[in-house]
Design a protein around this ligand. Sequence first.
Ligand code: AQP
Length: 348
Amino acid sequence: MADAVQTQPNPNAAFTPRVFSGIQPSGGLTLGNYLGAIRRFVEKQEQGIETLYCMVDLHAITVWQDPQALRHNTREVAAGFMAAGLDPQKSILFNQSQVPEHAQLGWVFNCVARMGWMSRMTQWKDKAGKNAENASLGLFAYPSLMAADILIYHATQVPVGEDQKQHLELTRDIAAKFNHDYGVDFFPITEPVIEGAATRVMSLRDGSKKMSKSDPSDLSRINMTDSADDIAKKIRKAKTDPEALPSELKGLDGRPEARNLVNIYAALANTTAEAVLRETGGKQFSEFKPMLIDLAVAELGPISNEMSRLMNDPAEIDRLLGAGARTARDIAAPILDRTYEIVGMIRS
Ligand code: AQP
């Protein structure tokens, strides 16, 4: 007789599957945002799960943003979402500050999260650096607001890049502590979705640094709005080493820049790094880079064209974001209301 299968109880069984994720409009979108996050967003949308995607403008202002640039970048991220395949008829697309419940729940979570938890966040340490005394209080509290972004919708899954894993763990800790402190099962224990060949795309200039929209060097990243010429130039100038490509993964050990280009190729070609090396092992970068350029231009060219088309009508983007925010509030408001009740606030 077969042994009885021991399965872990699903802590989220009582919650409707719902996906939330967001991107900061702190600059233009990068290939890292695209491969690590936006592609996953589209996949979730196409699986028919309820999906909410957000430009997290309140997060962006944790470091200085020029107001005009913030408005532009918010619209550009929205355009990037839609150009990459997010459809406002299928996903709820909005900017965070138009749904005040995020900040309201964020405050409650500021009172649940512990200072020690926040000070261990590597993103805080990286971004505040040696100048922590001068960093904004918002930057320190960033992960608590991120927990609120997710839990204000009772989201059960969050597609993100590898760099957000620690923040997702903190979101789970906040949900568990709230549930424990108030003796409820009110917030789900959200699952991170970190998938694909490029969950951590690295800088083209330094294979030990993440590709980032706020990196001072534009050559470090491929922007989703880059022209074919810019993409070609950046890949041609990307740092590599003098060796040929290996035919097995272990041959990439100690070669972060080579590994990065292989991972990017694999993600763009919807395959694995192993499969790429089987095909390209033995090639020099002078041969591999043009292959990568062709692939990147073929993928990003149509997206970039569609982004420019959408950006020609900013009023339409604003209209769509307003409509998305209203739909998002319909979900968020009752969850905030119930949270306040649980906490002991009078609702009259
Ligand atoms: N290099 C990357 N590789 C894979 N995924 C990435 N993401 C960001 N960079 C990479 C994923 O994109 C989503 C949105 O990230 P974000 O804009 O909210 O914040 P971030 O992670 O801090 O991204 P940046 O580009 O580095 O922004 P700045 O420079 O403003 O801090 C997340 O899912 C992230 O994992």
